[in-house]
Write a protein that binds this ligand. Structure first.
Ligand SMILES: Nc1ncnc2c1ncn2[C@@H]1O[C@H](COP(=O)(O)OP(=O)(O)OP(=O)(O)O)[C@@H](O)[C@H]1O
Ligand SMILES: [Mg+2]
Length: 386
C-alpha cells in the first residue's frame, strides 16, 4: 500500500452512515455540509436534478415522504416478503416494489430502484465527501454489516460498493469492528470476552466477542430489530403531545407536519439531555390557527423522561442478558461492556447497563463512530484479523 493511499472504513447504518480513515495514526471522517461525521442515511429524489443525500434529504422527508428513502439498510439483499421488508413497509411512507422478484425495490419519481442501488448512492456520497475532505481519489473500502447478515447480503454489499466506485476489500461484522475500535485486538487486550452493546437509531445488537489468536470470535449474538433511538424520540413525542393537549387542548398527532416537527425537536432535545440535566423544548408557531399561532415551549428535565424511557431501557438490558446467557458464560467472565452506537449517549441507558449487568462499562466520547473507526483500522492493519 502506498503511503498516500486512503482506504475508508464505512459503517452503513439504518439511520446514520459514517466513513472514517486512519491517517497518520489519527481518525478522520468524511464530513457533511454541517460538519458532521454521522450522515443521515436518507436519499431524496427531487423533481429535477440529482438525488440529495443526508441531512437535507432528511428534512425533505417531512414534505415529500414518498420520494425520501430512509432505513434502506434493513432491506439490502432482502426479498419483498422478508420480515425486514415488512418492518420497513409499515414504518415508511414511500412505496416498496417486489415485481420481478429478487431484492426489494423502491418506487420513486426518478424510477424504480433496487434497495442496493439506493444504498450505493449513499456510499458514493460518503466517498465523494471523503475525497473532498482528504483531497485525494479514493477507490477502496472496508464495509461493515450486521452480525446476522447472510453470505448473500455480504455479496450484495460488495456489489453495492462497486456501484459506488469502491472496491470492497473486506466485509466485517459491525460488533467486530466496534470491538476493534475499543482495542479488542490490541496488545493491551486481556483476551477475556467482552460484551458489545450497539444501540443505534433503529436497532439494538448485543454480541459477546472474544479474541482468539489473530481473530475475534463472536460467541453469541442477539438483538432487537425494532428497538433504537427512534423509539426514545417517539416516547418523548408522546410526552410532549400530552403536555400540549393539557395546555392547548390540541392533539398534535392530528397534524402530520406538526407531528413530524414535534418528533424532530424531540430528537434534538434528547441529544441536549445527554449533556445536560435540563433543556428547553421550543417550536415556534406550532399550535392554533394561521395568524394566531402560539409556540410549544417546555422546560424538560431528564427526570421527566425517565418514566417514559424505562420500558425501552429495560427491554435493551434484557436483550443483553439473553446474549450473555446464549454465550454460556457467567457474566463475571466478561471483562467489560463496550457501549457503542448513538443511543449509548443516553445517560439512563449507561446507568441501567452498569447497574443491571454489573460489569465495568467501556464507554467513550464518540460511541456513534466506533464501527466506522474499527473498519478503518482494519483497512490499515489487515493483520489485526486473519
Ligand atoms: N448525543 C446523543 N444523545 C442521545 N441520542 C443520540 C445522541 N447522538 C445520537 N443519538 C441517537 O443515536 C441514534 C443513531 O445511532 P447510530 O448512528 O449508532 O445508528 P445506526 O447505526 O444508523 O443504526 P443501526 O445501528 O440501527 O443500523 C439516533 O437515534 C440518534 O438520535
Ligand atoms: Mg449502527
Amino acid at each position: 500500500m502506498s503511503s498516500s493511499e486512503i482506504i475508508l472504513g464505512i459503517d452503513f447504518g439504518t439511520t446514520f452512515s459514517t466513513a472514517a480513515a486512519a491517517i497518520n495514526g489519527k481518525f478522520q471522517y468524511a464530513l457533511d455540509e454541517r460538519g458532521e461525521a454521522c450522515i443521515p442515511s436518507v436519499v431524496h429524489f427531487p423533481k429535477v436534478g440529482a438525488p440529495i443525500i443526508g441531512a437535507e434529504a432528511d428534512r425533505l422527508r417531512a414534505t415529500d415522504p414518498e420520494n425520501s428513502i430512509h432505513g434502506i439498510k434493513r432491506v439490502i439483499g432482502q426479498p419483498i416478503d422478508s420480515p425486514q421488508a415488512r418492518v420497513l413497509n409499515t414504518s415508511a411512507l414511500f412505496h416498496l416494489d417486489g415485481k420481478g422478484g429478487g431484492e426489494v425495490k423502491v418506487k420513486t419519481r426518478q424510477g424504480v430502484l433496487a434497495a442496493s442501488e439506493v444504498g450505493s448512492i449513499i456510499l458514493r456520497h460518503l466517498k465523494e465527501r471523503a475525497q473532498a475532505r482528504f483531497g485525494r481519489a479514493i477507490g477502496k473500502a472496508v464495509l461493515t454489516v450486521p452480525v446476522a447478515a447472510t453470505p448473500q447480503v455480504h455479496d450484495v454489499m460488495v456489489r453495492m460498493g462497486r456501484m459506488a466506485g469502491l472496491q470492497v476489500i473486506r466485509v466485517i461484522a459491525e460488533p467486530v469492528a466496534g470491538a476493534l475500535a475499543r482495542g479488542a485486538a490490541g496488545a493491551n487486550d486481556s483476551g477475556a470476552p467482552r460484551l458489545i452493546f450497539d444501540f443505534g437509531g433503529g436497532t439494538l445488537d448485543v454480541t459477546v466477542v472474544q479474541r482468539s489468536g489473530q481473530n475475534l470470535r463472536v460467541l453469541a449474538a442477539t438483538g432487537d430489530d425494532c428497538l433504537g433511538g427512534d423509539d426514545f424520540d417517539f416516547a418523548f413525542a408522546r410526552w410532549v403531545g400530552s403536555r400540549v393537549f393539557a395546555s392547548h387542548g390540541v392533539d398534535v398527532t392530528k397534524d402530520a407536519i406538526l407531528a413530524d416537527a414535534v418528533q424532530r425537536q424531540c430528537e434534538k432535545v434528547k441529544r441536549a439531555l445527554s449533556a445536560a440535566n435540563e433543556a428547553r423544548y421550543h417550536i415556534a408557531d406550532a399550535v392554533g390557527t394561521a395568524g394566531r399561532k402560539s409556540p410549544i415551549n417546555l422546560q424538560v428535565a431528564r427526570v421527566d423522561l425517565r418514566p417514559e424511557w424505562t420500558a425501552l431501557v429495560q427491554r435493551a438490558v434484557d436483550v443483553a442478558r439473553e446474549a450473555i446467557s446464549a454465550s454460556g458464560l457467567a457474566s463475571d467472565r466478561l471483562s467489560v461492556v463496550s457501549l457503542i452506537g448513538g443511543t449509548a449517549y443516553v445517560p439512563q441507558v449507561r446507568e441501567a447497563v452498569t447497574q443491571q449487568l454489573g460489569r465495568p462499562l467501556d464507554v467513550e466520547i464518540d460511541p456513534q463512530t466506533a464501527v466506522a473507526r474499527g473498519a478503518s483500522l482494519l483497512a490499515v492493519f489487515p493483520q489485526l484479523l486473519t
